[in-house]
Design a protein around this ligand. Structure first.
Ligand code: WT7
Length: 659
């Protein structure tokens, strides 16, 4: 990205210092950066001591065959023991692990002692079904405690799980079962969504008719909604019949630190989904450390809530493994934020006295759109740290979040990471960092990240390019399941290995555009496929979107570059207006001028289309590919991963020139 255009882009001057009381008692202080800088591997070896090992590792990192890393390779541990049993052994059996809140309003709390019994029974049940260490188990469940129990039971017996998001179709489920060659599927009759029971089991039945799924011997079915369910005798087993009659005793076996823990498929906008493989010792070390550091978790007093689904990596690392390894008390919520009313989340924060809240920008923008008066009706004074993850957060959404949810008092931590990185990589620390709305800012202690240009040269402060990770990290993906070559090609071929002072340097290419500001802080600019080329200038979709959202009449915006004969690409924006704003020619002009003023005339959108909804994947990412199809008058590509495919018909009807 040229410096000249960068100078125009995103001039965000607001700064927020950590609250003094939080800083004074923070889990992690500025010293951690120094310590990790002086001895990075020593720092991670020390973090590994947060875990209870059956055999302590003597080696930290084996990088003798890059980019295939081994962390703590001669250590042995059991992940479920670390997340559950050891807390009970330490006298914390009565501490609540999970406050479950069902969408219809049912609730139940599980202590660590309860969780230990449930996980032991489920582990015994899987063993009875013939599951052995190394066998893959697919999990296709709603957000109910059994999802957490099932994951931990798999971890306990060394069977890697592959969690498939409950909103995915039979097709998506079938491809994931085939690719991982799963032996058992754990599912439920259904779950509650938007006030209604929504079936899950039929998708499993359909997926298992596809070739390549024959090795699935058993389907273990949780009864959640009580709806009618087709039954395959000899294959299907009710959870309450099999699991409930098992012994509550189960001796956890210790596995090597590089034993696979899970495969998780990335949404991937192109090509077949990539099965990201994570292992145990390094993964658990980093998710436990980052959860402790980034959220300043005080397990004896905090109530933590991450609103993600366990079907995404955020749910794996920051609902299941990180918080439970740290002995946290957390909320698990089954449903959507606006059922039965738009204050449902805030009602839950009030009910449980949630202190740490972690969500995604897309949800924050939805809440902004619903209005400030909704969170204002609830007592949110328990909150002390707010987090964001999933995409760049627009400065306006960041500031709204801090003001309306955090009473202008709580730090907001914008956490950058990926399915592939396993844990948080770049984020402010709530007791240390003076935050900047819209920026993830600094690599965590022990993490090495920078921004490089096309030739893999580190860019100076104030310039932009591609985000790279320059040293291996404990929770890094180990490979793509069954495809080492694709692992090399996708992440490591682009920027390495090149020569550096210390020899051959491997740089991990994250696929994100980024820039360093004058302080050297990192700003994420979205996937590199989301950078537009307009009259020779690289302009990030994120920055134009942020400029649009900073206008009081805009609730949400999605920007794409459409092929243009004059300018290579032309900026085309789709905007959702705030409640009372009405569309008019005048408003469109006003918005174009607003962007030009914020970012410079080069970033002024050629077209702005007010729409009612934006096309999003189920993880909340805007599908710009489809908007580009609309903007370029093409037939629409694959819409199967959209939450609501009718959204596209609505949008197309707005475009006079589109077919
Ligand atoms: C991609 C990874 C990490 C869990 C959820 C997403 C984008 C994620 C941020 C952030 C800017 C972000 C990146 C990244 N992303 N967090 N704080 N700021 N961008 O996991 O589905 O693997 O997606 O999400 O583009 O590469 P994922």
């Amino acid at each position: 990205m040229s410096n000249e255009s960068l100078a125009n882009l995103l001039r965000e001057e607001r700064r927020f210092a950590p609250p003094a009381d939080l800083a004074a008692a923070a889990n992690v202080t500025a010293e951690a950066y120094e310590q990790a800088k002086a001895d990075r591997l020593g720092f991670w070896a020390e973090q590994a001591r947060r875990l209870t090992w059956a055999a302590e590792p003597t080696e930290t990192l084996d990088w003798s065959n890059p980019p295939f890393a081994k962390w703590f390779a001669d250590g042995k541990l059991n992940v479920a023991y670390n997340c559950v049993d050891r807390h009970v052994e330490n006298g914390l059996g009565d501490r609540v692990a999970i406050h479950f809140e069902g969408e219809p309003g049912d609730s139940r709390s599980l202590t660590y002692a309860d969780l230990q019994r449930e996980v032991a029974k489920a582990a015994n049940a899987l063993t009875e079904l013939g599951v052995q260490a190394g066998d893959r188990v697919a999990i296709y469940l709603p957000m109910i405690p059994e999802a957490v129990v099932a994951m931990l039971a798999c971890a306990r017996i060394g069977a890697p799980h592959s969690v498939v998001f409950g909103g995915f179709s039979a097709d998506a489920l079938a491809t994931r079962i085939q690719d991982a060659d799963a032996r058992v599927v754990i599912t439920s009759d259904g779950g509650y969504r938007r006030g209604k029971p929504s079936a899950l089991k039929p998708a499993v039945d359909e997926a298992l008719t596809r070739p390549g799924t024959e090795n699935v011997r058993s389907v273990l079915v949780v009864r959640r909604t009580g709806q009618e369910t087709a039954w395959h005798e000899g294959r299907d087993v009710w959870w309450h019949e099999l699991v409930d009659r098992q012994s509550e005793q189960h001796t956890p076996e210790a596995f090597g630190a590089e034993h696979p823990l899970f495969i998780l498929y990335t949404s991937g906008t192109t090509g077949k989904p990539k099965g990201i493989l994570h292992t145990t010792g390094g993964y658990l070390t980093q998710v436990a450390y980052t959860h402790h550091a980034v959220f300043d978790l005080k397990p004896e007093s905090d109530v933590y809530w991450c609103t993600a689904d366990v079907g995404w990596v955020t749910g794996h690392s920051y609902i299941v493994y990180g918080p439970l390894a740290n002995g946290a008390t957390e909320v698990l919520y089954e449903g959507t934020p606006d059922t039965p009313h738009q204050g449902r989340w805030w009602e839950i924060v009030q009910k449980y006295g949630v202190t740490i809240f972690y969500t995604a920008p897309t949800a924050i923008r939805a809440c902004m759109k619903w209005g400030d008066d909704i969170p204002a009706k609830f007592d949110l004074s328990s909150l002390r740290v707010l987090g964001s993850v999933g995409e760049p957060i627009n400065p306006e959404a960041w500031v709204w979040y801090r003001r309306n949810i955090g009473a202008d008092r709580t730090p907001v931590v914008d956490t950058w990471w990926q399915t592939e990185t396993g844990g948080i990589m770049i984020s402010p620390l709530p007791g240390v960092t003076e935050t900047k709305p819209g920026s993830a800012q600094v690599p965590l202690p022990g993490i090495a990240a920078t921004v490089v240009d096309d030739e893999a040269r580190e860019v100076p402060d104030g310039a932009g390019g591609y985000l790279v990770l320059t040293e291996p990290w404990p929770s890094m993906l180990r490979t793509i399941w069954g495809d080492d070559q694709r692992y090399l090609d996708t992440y490591w071929a682009r920027f390495g290995p090149g020569q550096s002072a210390t020899g051959v340097a491997w740089r991990y290419f994250a696929g994100d555009g980024a820039k360093k500001d004058d302080d050297g802080d990192i700003w994420l600019l979205g996937r590199v496929d989301d950078v537009m080329l307009v009259s020779g200038h690289n302009i990030s979709t994120t920055e134009v979107e942020s400029a649009l959202v900073s206008h009081p009449k805009v609730a949400e915006a999605a920007v794409v570059g459409a092929t243009d004969p004059q300018t290579t690409q032309a900026i085309c924006a789709f905007v959702i207006l705030r409640g009372s704003a009405s569309e008019s020619e005048g408003l469109v002009e006003e918005l174009r001028a607003h962007v030009a003023k914020a970012l410079g005339p080069i970033a002024k959108p050629k077209r702005i289309l007010p729409v009612a909804e934006l096309p999003k994947t189920r993880s909340g990412k805007i599908m710009r590919r489809l908007l580009r199809d609309v903007a370029e008058n093409r037939a629409l590509g694959d819409v199967t991963t959209l939450t609501d495919s009718s959204v596209m018909e609505l949008i197309q009807s707005k475009l006079p020139t589109a077919s």
